[in-house]
Design a protein around this ligand. Structure first.
Ligand code: DWN
Length: 404
């Protein structure tokens, strides 16, 4: 077992999923050999951070061929527009405010800030999505974020009033360098907020598909408040978000003299009640995961045995963990449909299920679709009324297998 990536104390193993391919590594052709790493998660009893044991080099994950495009969900576009409105409110009255987003992807949020003529900068290491952001009018620094980059930004542009990131902080292994950088880059009265999948939601739902190479940390209020204090910051507020299967937005201030509000206390109490501050809190997770996998495999096998075909919906990164761990491959799933142009006609990592366009799904008469993009269920059920009217059913699996 390794050391905690934050405080260097010995970490304790929660669960291992064995060998996994790159989650977002959708393949042009079925390869003769493929890169695999060991996917397992550990808990640090010192700083309460749940984290990957083994990590993959960041440039193998985030590069000029990053395959996840944020604007593929209308609901998420609405979510990010709301974030931009919150930022605009926070900076109203400030003279020449400066907004920085870490990991701006295609500019889904910052384009609203840019459209208002506000000084801004997106920091994005993946060249292809950085270009999409630029096309959306966003100023982008194509780079990973760390302490030296923060110093460079202060020299080139000055300090920031707001620093934010969505589904980005949990991606960065050297999070201490990120926080040191923010300490340099954020004005004394500035606000830092970020959101990521919430550990408590993952544990409650046994949503183990959130565990993959890009997600190095699984944040809770308990771990974020410790991380903040380590860097002389204070966790002052927490807002749960109904996105990505249950996320949490954390608000931090640049000085320990700030105090946390009651909500933080309530979330920390709930997390402690579930024992997320000790290894014991994770003791049933693996059994729950294994039950979901065996129930799902049995359900899919039953459907096939009765002579039905099954497809899947949404070639998510998450599903790489589900499909590889539960061993669900092309013998069960004919294809996965997805609207992302650069995923179509590729194969999923590890299990090599073909990916087809949404049009292929619409033309199909298939009656069962495994909803791999389960976090977008509301939006997808609304979109697929016609499929369901014709008798089509979706299969979901967190916290239990349901056909509806
Ligand atoms: O943190 C991360 C999150 C935010 O996004 C990254 N590490 C990578 C990525 O994870 P993901 O791939 O699991 O995210 P999604 O948003 O669950 O992916 C949805 C997939 O489904 C996309 O490929 C787009 C597709 N989709 C679709 O085909 N039709 C999505 C919707 C809403 C649709 O209607």
């Amino acid at each position: 077992m390794g050391k905690c990536k934050i405080c260097n104390k010995a970490a304790e193993r929660i669960v291992s999923f064995g060998k996994m391919p790159i989650a977002n590594g959708f393949l042009n052709r079925i390869p003769s050999d493929e890169f695999f790493y060991n996917l397992s998660v550990a808990f640090c009893p010192e700083c309460f951070m749940v984290q990957l044991d083994e990590t993959v080099k960041p440039d193998m994950l985030f590069n000029a061929d990053y395959q996840f495009i944020s604007s593929t969900s209308d609901a998420m576009a609405g979510h990010f527009e709301k974030i931009s409105a919150e930022i605009l409110e926070k900076i109203s009255g400030k003279s020449n405010p400066f907004v920085i987003e870490l990991g701006c992807n295609d500019g889904i949020m910052l384009r609203h800030i840019a459209a208002r003529g506000v000084k801004h900068l997106g920091i994005e290491p993946s060249g292809n999505v950085a270009s999409l952001a630029r096309n959306n009018g966003v100023k982008v620094l194509e780079s990973f974020f760390n302490e030296p980059v923060a110093s460079q930004i202060v020299r080139d542009y000055g300090q920031a009033d707001v620093i934010c990131g969505s589904n980005v902080f949990c991606h960065i292994e050297n999070i201490n360098s990120v926080f040191k950088g923010i300490g340099i880059l954020l004005k004394n009265d500035g606000v830092l907020f970020f959101e990521d999948p919430y550990l408590l939601s993952i544990i409650k739902k046994s949503a183990f598909d959130q565990i993959y190479d890009e997600h190095i940390y699984y944040f809770s209020g308990l771990s974020v408040s410790k991380l903040a204090r380590k860097h002389d910051m204070q966790l002052v507020d927490m807002h749960p978000q109904d996105v990505h299967g249950g996320s949490m937005r954390y608000y931090l201030k640049n000085s320990l003299s700030n105090t946390a509000n009651n909500k933080v206390g309530e979330f920390l109490s709930e997390e402690k009640a579930l024992n997320l501050d000790r290894l014991h809190g994770y003791s049933t997770f693996k059994d729950n995961v294994d039950k979901i996998c065996s129930d799902l495999r049995n359900t899919l096998s039953d459907i096939k045995r009765k002579g039905n075909r099954i497809v899947a919906y949404g070639a998510t990164s998450k599903s790489t963990t589900l499909l590889n761990y539960a061993k669900i491959g092309p013998e069960i799933i004919d294809y996965i449909c997805d609207i992302t142009p650069n995923k179509i006609n590729k194969y999923t990592p590890g299990m090599h299920i073909p990916i087809k366009s949404h049009e292929a799904f619409v033309k199909d008469t298939v009656l069962y679709a495994l909803l791999l993009a389960w976090n977008h269920k509301k939006e997808i059920l609304e979109k697929e009324k016609e499929y369901r009217r014709k008798g089509g059913k979706f299969i979901t699996y967190f916290p239990e297998v349901v056909i509806e």
